[in-house]
Design a protein around this ligand. Sequence first.
Ligand code: ADP
Ligand code: ADP
Length: 542
Amino acid sequence: TCGICVEKCPFDAIEIINLPSELQDDPVHRYGENAFALYGLPIPESGSVTGILGPNGIGKTTAVRALAGEMIPNLGDYGEEASWEAVLDRFRGTELQNYVERVRGEKVTIARKPQYVDQIPKQFDGVTRDLLDSTDERGALDDYVERLGIAPVMDQPLDTLSGGELQRVALAATLARDRDFYFLDEISPYLDIGQRVTAARLIQELAEDEDRAVLVVEHDLAILDLLADTLHVAYGEPGAYGVITDPKSVRNGINEYLKGYLSNENMRIRPNEITFHEHAPRETSKGKALIDYPALSKSYGDGEFSLDVEGGTIYQSEVLGIVGPNGIGKSTLAKMFAGSLDPDEGELDYHLDIAYKPQYIEIDQPMRVDAFLSSITDDFGTSYWKTEVANPLQLERIMERNLDDLSGGERQRVAIAACLSEDADLYVMDEPSAHLDVEQRVQATTAIRRYAENHDATVMVIDHDIYMIDLLADRLMVFDGEPAQHGHAAEPQEMRAGMNDFLADLDITFRRDERTQRPRINKPGSQLDSKQKREGEYYYAP
Ligand code: ADP
Ligand code: ADP
């Protein structure tokens, strides 16, 4: 193996990588003999947002516990009693010296947003307002409630909120605190792009205060790019060791990450580069239609929400990206295609077998992963199934675990595998990126694309991570309207027209990074932003 993965190389290519030189030094913390070791620490900087980019299980939480003063890092001497004096000695003369002095003097207060917001209702009884009122230390809560659109759920019990609502409540609860140091472990899961951009602005505004430092872990690269002022890349072998690099500029950090090579560290972290098309992909020959569907409409109750769908065609073997805000009717359409919901107008008279991966995954059962997956497909365990499904989704290591003690990212990978393992005409996946780290997003993208190509399978992917949609989709179906009131679904379009429609509605343009062609969100009102809006080119180079 190359030192990144313990198992078979998921990239079908093994490049031998020498152990990084950092590992020849003592770690900042080691949990025990042969236990996880952390090398390097991020540097919280007052008045700015520091990002961490890297996989789960690489020691981010460990680092934050040290920075919060909840744990004294042992500098590798796990048998000895750790002391702040020793830590200070280690970091004297570095950028962390001041910070460590403050932590030692117990002068750092912290607020943190947990990674898995779905757990919040298990820890907190009551309605949204009860939770939020107790956090309003700066008198900023009303502003957050308004800008994050939380008002409609203020009096709702927390255990009835959706993941997207919980995410916004958790953000407000964390940002409303009056602390020195804020740690946000992923802000984007379950949020649509508009909400992600709003969350990023609120975090930046908070960090404008010279006394506050914000540290963010985020796997949506377009949002991380927009949000952070500096970036630490984290790499290593999840569960075994993690290295947190010195800070880089956000642009370089993300570029190096995508390239798979860290320049300063002289470290290859991945054999291959992740690349984006600067120009819209050429329209592929479309082949056979899977479904021709007529115009459809559906409303709930006495018309509180209504959805209109333009008629269109979905082709065999294509990956159709579905984009639009939350609450606009995307799941409603998926349910109509699945036959579990009848349209009010328009008829769907075909009988398609649909495999559906919902946005909120409920597979908690005291059942092992291997038992669960083998109950879905007879192919389970064949070398073919391993190559196509299990390996790219890194399931090998979790096969013997129980479904109910998987982390969010592990659960997501099992749910994607379960969906792809079904024998179906159409595979519908709602937010497969949620809780996957960047590397896993890339691997899941590869798995889904490969599956579609090799099986003549048709896949519809609903997602809010624009990089993932870009890498995954052949065409786009764009939803617009007024969330929770009225939704409109356009006919599937080619990528350029689809991206333009979608981003025009959001009023967001992307420029291209000169070196890597990676899309980057433009500053609103900047010259490029205005020019691209005038020309109607929101995403791809003309
Ligand atoms: P991340 O936040 O990047 O997902 P963590 O810092 O939570 O990573 O964990 C990194 C590794 O350290 C994991 O493999 C985890 O199992 C291990 N670990 C965390 N806490 C302990 C502990 N108290 N004792 C031993 N190992 C631990
Ligand atoms: P999306 O998938 O785009 O987030 P949905 O299709 O889930 O949107 O929901 C669209 C709107 O319809 C939302 O306002 C939602 O609250 C409402 N809705 C969804 N299902 C029902 C239902 N069974 N009864 C009443 N309203 C519903």
